[in-house]
Every structure is written in C-alpha cells, then in structure tokens.
Design a protein around this ligand. Structure first.
Ligand SMILES: Cc1cc2nc3c(=O)[nH]c(=O)nc-3n(C[C@H](O)[C@H](O)[C@H](O)COP(=O)(O)O)c2cc1C
Length: 368
C-alpha cells in the first residue's frame, strides 16, 4: 500500500467523518478526482540499465531564485486546524525541515504572521483568493513581503465553489473551540461572548469553517488582477488552476511569474482534464518563459519523476500531507516528505538521472 493510502486510512480513523469528507471529497461523481491519480500511473517509466546508475541523485532545484531540496511543495489547503491542533504552523515547519515550500491558504486557521514566526527561515508562499471587497485582499498582500513570504499564488479556478456532494450531505463542519478562519489582513473580528467560534461551553461551534467552502472571493476575477496582486504584494505571482494552453499564455502575458496546472484536486469541475493530460499543452504554450508547476493526484516519488519528465519545474501535493498532519502532526508531514524524496531519488537512479534536470521525456514510454 502506498504510504499516502496508509496515511489516509489513519486520518480517516481519527477525524470526524464530516471533516474527513471535506478533505477527501471531490466534485460531482469524483471522476476527475480519480482520473488525476490514474493519469500519472498511465505514464510508464523506462528504466535505463547498465548506465552506471547514480546511487544518490540530487533532488534539489532552484525555483523563483530560491534553492529547494525537493521538487514537492505543500499546496494551499484550507483550515488545517481541523486536521490537527498544530495546523498550518506545523505544516510550515515540516516543509522548512524538508527544504521545500509551504503555501499558506487564504482560508487558513493561522494568520500569515503566525506561520512566518513558526518557520522564519522556511520558504513560504501565500495563496490568494481575491476578495470581492478588494480592501481585505489588499491588507493581506501588504503584509507579505515584510513577513518574508516569497511569492503569491493566485487561485483562479474558483469563480464559484464546486458541487461537492459529500460536503453537501455532511452539512456544516465542526470547528473546534477557539479555531477560526483568519483574514490575514487584520485581527479577527470581535464577537459577543458565546457566539460561534468563541463558545464558552464544550460543544464545537458550527460553521464559520463553512467559509472556505462557500467563498467570499470575487467571481469576476480578470487577468488584470494578476498585475494588481503583483503591484500590491511586491512579490512574484503564480496563477494556479489552469488547464489550457490559452489560459497559460494569457497568464504569462499579464505578468505571471509562474503557473500551476491544477484542477483543484478534482474539487471544482467534475469531468475536467486530469492534470497529467493538461500539462503538455500548458508547457507548450508557456514555452519555457516561466516555471510550470503541477498538482493533483501525485502520490509517490515516481509520480513526481513523471511530472518532471514531462517538463514540470516542480509539483505540489494537497491531500497526502493533510492526511499526514491528521495522522501525526508536524513529524508525520516531515516523514512523508522524506519518503517522497527517497522514492524520487530511487526513480531517478533507475531512470539514469543524476539531477532533476536529467528527467526528460525520454524516461517515459511513448504514448501507445
Ligand atoms: C480540503 C482541501 C482544501 C483546499 N483548499 C484550497 C485553498 O484554500 N486554496 C487553493 O488554492 N487550493 C486549495 N485546495 C487545492 C489544493 O491546493 C491542490 O490543488 C489539490 O489538493 C491537489 O490535489 P491532491 O489533493 O490530489 O494532491 C484544497 C484542496 C483540498 C483537498
């Protein structure tokens, strides 16, 4: 059983079923959710034998001017204190230990400053949903550079929330007492005593955690917003959630410093392209002008090797580290990253790759 599946099993045993379903679920019939994984598995690796395999290949890379030890970044995942009391700061520390990026979600349960304090030297990015009330996004963006964040990830694939049947069936998520969805821009609003999220009694407060599910962001996002975010944050902006060459080319023309091929882990449009299938078209349209990252269904180091062989600069994972966090907090997330690194290293050795840049389309079998 892949490590990620074992972690999922353990997380399921620990979590409230509604919370488990919120993290596990996808849109509609969950076809895209399943296809993401299958599409990576379909890309077969061609072992190169007798070429003097490198026993300790170098998994490091430079991304947006920063050296990382591993081309596996932690994708923005909402409300991590529903998984473990350590929440986002624990994930950020685990990423820093592994020498990779932690990308904090807009819909987090820890503020940008708390995460910066938890991993001051770690590579940290911030994911933004542009809010309808721009002033709220602006305040958040203005804090990032001074707190040492390295990039903003503008998520573009949520004009409306996907229809996630499991969430609709499960109803409001139970938010533990004292846990809130933060705004990143200002201190949390004061609520009267006894109001949800600050309840004095033992019962879990219902529903501010529903915020990340139903939105508050602007469905009328335009390419012009890429420029707006870059100006406000003074940081490179990556556009996340693209699946087509046309959109990727437009993102680059409007100043994106990178793009993330993503279908939101199958949580948005069911029936949308799996990311392994969308990636070559996006790479062709971008033509090497900016790094192209990919996420969705990557579960093993061999999957990461496949994505890099197609031409991705790096990958992101979502659910696997959510399950690790729920199973054993920071240490389990760090252990998952170590595992993925050693699996990638093995796949590189067998493919005759000494460095991540040696992973080229030749290590993949041709389409049949
Ligand atoms: C429970 C959950 C919450 C997520 N929250 C966000 C979010 O707040 N912002 C965002 O850009 N993407 C969010 N994503 C999408 C992830 O960043 C990522 O694209 C996806 O999880 C990758 O697929 P994987 O889970 O198969 O690795 C979320 C995904 C999950 C599963």
């Amino acid at each position: 059983m892949a490590v990620c599946d074992e972690l999922e099993r353990r997380a399921r045993a620990r979590l409230d079923p509604r919370v488990f379903d919120y993290y596990a679920g996808g849109a509609g019939d969950e076809r895209t959710l399943a296809d993401n994984r299958r599409a990576w598995a379909r890309l077969e690796l061609r072992p190169v034998l007798g070429g003097g395999a490198d026993r300790s290949p170098d998994t490091s890379l430079t991304l947006l001017g920063r050296r990382l030890e591993l081309p596996v970044l932690l994708a923005p995942v909402a409300a991590q204190r529903l998984l473990d009391p350590g929440g986002e700061p624990a994930s950020a520390r685990a990423a820093a230990r592994a020498g990779t990026v932690f990308c904090l979600s807009t819909r987090a349960t820890a503020d940008v400053a708390e995460v910066a304090e938890a991993a001051p030297d770690g590579a940290r990015w911030f994911q933004l949903y542009v809010e309808r009330e721009r002033v709220r996004s602006r305040r958040a963006l203005e804090r990032l550079a001074e707190l040492g964040y390295g990039a903003v990830v503008l998520t573009a694939d949520l004009p409306v929330a996907g229809r996630r049947e499991r969430e609709l069936r499960g109803g409001p998520l139970p938010l533990p007492r004292g846990v809130e969805i933060v705004t990143h821009g200002e201190p949390p609003p004061r609520r009267p005593a006894g109001a949800p999220g600050r309840a004095a009694g033992g019962a879990p407060a219902a529903s501010p955690a529903h915020k990340p599910v139903v939105g508050g962001w602007d469905p009328a996002l335009t390419w012009r917003d890429v420029e707006w975010v870059a100006e406000r944050s003074r940081l490179p902006v990556l556009v996340k959630g693209l699946l087509t060459g046309e959109d990727a080319a437009l993102a680059v023309e409007h100043g994106a410093a990178g793009v993330v091929v993503s279908n939101h882990g199958g949580r948005q449009l069911d029936g949308a392209l799996p990311t392994a299938v969308a990636l070559p078209e996006v790479l062709a349209a971008v033509g090497g002008r900016v790094p192209v990252l990919v996420d969705g269904g990557l579960r093993t180091g061999a999957d990461v090797a496949r994505a890099l062989a197609l031409g991705a600069a790096a990958t992101m994972i979502g659910r696997p580290y959510a399950w690790a966090l729920a199973s054993g907090g920071e240490d389990e997330v760090a252990a998952l990253l170590r595992q993925l690194r050693s699996e990638l290293s093995e796949a590189m050795s067998v493919s005759g790759a000494a460095a991540v840049t040696d992973l080229t389309p030749e290590v993949l079998a041709a389409d049949r």
